[in-house]
Design a protein around this ligand. Structure first.
Ligand code: FE2
Length: 213
């Protein structure tokens, strides 16, 4: 099945694209370049009209927090993407992405890919997905080799490297190799959209792994 035949996935990708059109780069040249790269890659994906390959849907314990995250975005400019995600939620494959899930994270974290070499929308131009964190979660320090990463906060509040607090609509930028550790608020879940840009080889071979201190 092609993307052009599945409106719900088109809407979801268009809403992600809109985040990268409407959001500000805050005056940062590096972030502006990354946002333009995300827009360019997503634009190409629409031109390519790639296959959608769902595979089996899978839930994780953290999905218990998805309703709350989606409803907490009501009235915010991130609500649209949250609602588009909701409309495909029955098809999503939530993963930990680690051979050994760090203790304490099994009920508190999961991610689901939307677009990338592994699908569901199959493309090697860019990886886009969502991460969901339960309240009071610490996601251990990690980095991504050869990958430039941005997170856009969709619901809840989060902090990275104790450097600030990001609310819905905020963009967090991690250049390749930069270590980052994420924490979430005490009582509310946090939903983030992420985009990874890099060369196709790096995107294909990316492994989730935590740094050992
Ligand atoms: Fe990351």
């Amino acid at each position: 099945m092609r993307l052009s035949n599945v409106p719900s996935w088109q809407y979801l990708l268009r809403d992600v694209l809109e985040l990268y059109y409407m959001g500000s780069a805050g005056g940062s040249a590096k972030i502006r370049t990354h946002m333009a790269e995300v827009r360019r890659a997503l634009g190409k994906v629409f031109e390519d009209d790639p296959e959608i390959d769902y595979g089996p849907a899978k839930m994780l314990p953290v999905c218990e927090h998805l309703d709350r995250a989606i409803s907490s975005s009501t009235g915010l400019r991130t609500a649209k993407v949250a609602r588009s995600l909701e409309s495909v939620r029955g098809l999503l494959n939530w993963k930990y992405g680690y051979e050994k899930v760090p203790r304490g994270l099994t009920r508190k974290y999961g991610y689901t890919e939307i677009l990338g070499p592994n699908g569901p929308v199959v493309s090697d131009r860019i990886i886009v997905g969502c991460v969901l964190f339960a309240p009071k979660t610490t996601y251990p320090a990690h980095s991504h080799k050869g990958i430039t990463e941005s997170y856009v906060c969709i619901a809840g509040n989060t902090s990275e490297n104790d450097a600030g607090v990001y609310a819905p609509g905020s963009l967090i930028f991690n250049p390749p190799g930069q270590m980052h550790r994420i924490t979430t608020a005490d009582r509310e879940p946090c939903l983030l959209v992420y985009a990874w840009t890099g060369n196709p080889e790096d995107l294909r071979n990316q492994k989730m792994s935590f740094s050992k201190k």
